[in-house]
Ligand binder design. Structure first.
Ligand code: UTP
Length: 315
C-alpha cells in the first residue's frame, strides 16, 4: 500500500522545525551557560541565519525544540520593549531595525525536549505542531550560505517525489565516521546546472567506522520529512550513543518503501557547533559584509602575510 505522503506528493511543506536542545559539548566551556546556537557569527546568533533561511524558503512558521539552559533562545526571538523604547528615543533607527529583525522574520513557537535523548527524539516533539503535512528540519548549528538555495531545491524535490529528502555532502572517506552516512542508487534522479545532484537513498547508518561506511556522502543539517516519520521515530530504539537517531528512523522509512532522496550539496556550509568551522564562518561572512569587509579584508590579508610558514614556530 502506498504511504499517505507518497500518495499525495504535491502537498507542500509550510512549517520548519529547528532542534536546539543539544548539549553542545564540542564548544565547551562557552556552551556551559550560552546555547551554542546563540554564539555570534559576526553580529547575529547562528540561529538567526537559520530562521531567516526558513522564512526565505517559504516556511514562515518555525518551531524550536529547546531544552534546559536554552531560555536565552526564547528571549532572542521575543520583543524587547525597553531596548526598543531606548533606541527609539535616541533615534537610532539602524540598531532598532537590527533588534526587530529577530522578531519580524518568522512566527516562532517553542516546545521543550525535556531530556536530550537524540535528534530523532527532538524531532518527535514537533509531532503536534506539524500535524499531517510534510515539514522541514533545519539543525540549529548548521549555516547554509544565503546564496545557496539548498532548502528551496529540497522542498521542490519533496513536492515532486513525496517521501523524505535529506541534504548530503561529500566529506571524504577520512571524515565520514563523524556523520550519518548513506548509500545511494548509482543513477542520478536529476541534476543539472540549475541545481545539485539528486539520488535515491537506499541505506543509512549513523557514524559508521570508516571501513564500514557505504559511501563518503554525509547527512548534513537539512531535511524535508513526511509526517510518517513520527511513527518511524516512535518505533526506533536508542541507537548510536544511546540516542534515538533520526538516521535510524529514516532507514525505517526506506525499508517501508517510502521514497527517500538525497540532494548532494555543492555550496558553502558551516557547522557552527565545531570550533574550526565556526571560525571559518565568522571570517568568511565578515569579509563579505559590505559594512565590515572593506576594512576587515585588507587587515586579514596583512595578518595572513605575517603568519609564520607552516612548520615554523611562532615568533
Ligand atoms: P549535535 O549532534 O551537534 O549534538 O546535534 P549536540 O549535543 O548539540 O552537540 P555536541 O556534539 O555535544 O557538541 C545536532 C542538532 O540537534 C540538536 C542540537 O541542538 C543541534 O542543533 N539536538 C541534538 C537536539 O535538539 N536534541 C538532542 O537530543 C540532540
Amino acid at each position: 500500500m502506498p504511504s499517505p505522503s507518497s500518495a499525495r506528493p504535491n502537498a507542500l511543506a509550510r512549517k520548519a522545525v529547528i532542534p536546539v536542545a543539544g548539549m553542545g559539548t564540542r564548544f565547551l566551556p562557552a556552551t556551559k551557560a550560552v546555547p551554542k546556537e546563540l554564539l555570534p557569527v559576526v553580529d547575529r546568533p547562528a540561529l538567526q541565519y537559520i530562521v531567516e533561511e526558513a522564512a526565505r524558503a517559504g516556511l514562515p512558521e518555525v518551531l524550536m525544540v529547546t531544552g534546559r539552559n536554552k531560555s536565552a533562545i526564547e528571549d532572542h526571538f521575543d520583543r524587547t520593549p525597553e531596548l526598543e523604547t531606548a533606541l527609539g528615543v535616541k533615534g537610532d533607527e539602524d540598531r532598532l531595525a537590527a533588534v526587530h529583525e529577530s522578531t519580524d522574520v518568522a512566527q516562532v513557537f517553542f516546545v521543550r525536549q525535556g531530556e536530550a535523548k537524540g535528534l530523532g527524539h527532538a524531532v518527535l516533539q514537533a509531532a503536534a505542531f506539524v500535524g499531517d503535512e510534510p515539514f522541514a528540519v533545519l539543525l540549529g548549528d548548521d549555516i547554509i550560505d544565503a546564496r545557496d538555495l539548498l532548502l528551496e531545491q529540497m522542498l521542490a524535490v519533496q513536492a515532486e517525489h513525496g517521501g523524505a529528502v535529506i541534504a548530503l555532502l561529500d566529506v571524504g572517506a577520512e571524515n565520514i565516521s563523524k556523520y550519518g552516512a548513506v548509500a545511494v542508487e548509482e543513477a542520478k534522479v536529476s541534476g543539472d546546472a540549475a541545481g545539485d545532484d539528486v539520488f535515491r537513498v537506499t541505506g543509512l547508518v549513523e557514524k559508521p567506522p570508516a571501513d564500514e561506511a557505504p559511501s563518503s556522502l554525509a547527512i548534513i543539517g537539512r531535511y524535508v520529512l513526511p509526517p510518517e516519520v513520527f511513527a518511524a521515530i516512535r518505533e526506533t530504539p536508542p541507537g548510536r550513543g544511546g540516542e534515538i537517531q533520526l538516521t535510524d528512523a529514516l532507514l525505517k522509512l526506506v525499508e517501508d518503501g517510502v521514497p527517500v532522496h538525497g540532494v548532494v550539496f555543492s555550496g558553502r556550509r558551516y557547522d557552527t557547533g565545531d570550533k574550526l568551522d565556526y571560525l571559518k564562518a565568522v571570517v568568511r561572512l565578515a569579509v563579505e559584509r559590505a559594512d565590515l569587509g572593506p576594512q576587515f579584508g585588507p587587515w586579514l590579508k596583512d595578518f595572513v602575510a605575517d603568519l609564520p610558514a607552516e612548520g615554523a614556530s611562532p615568533a
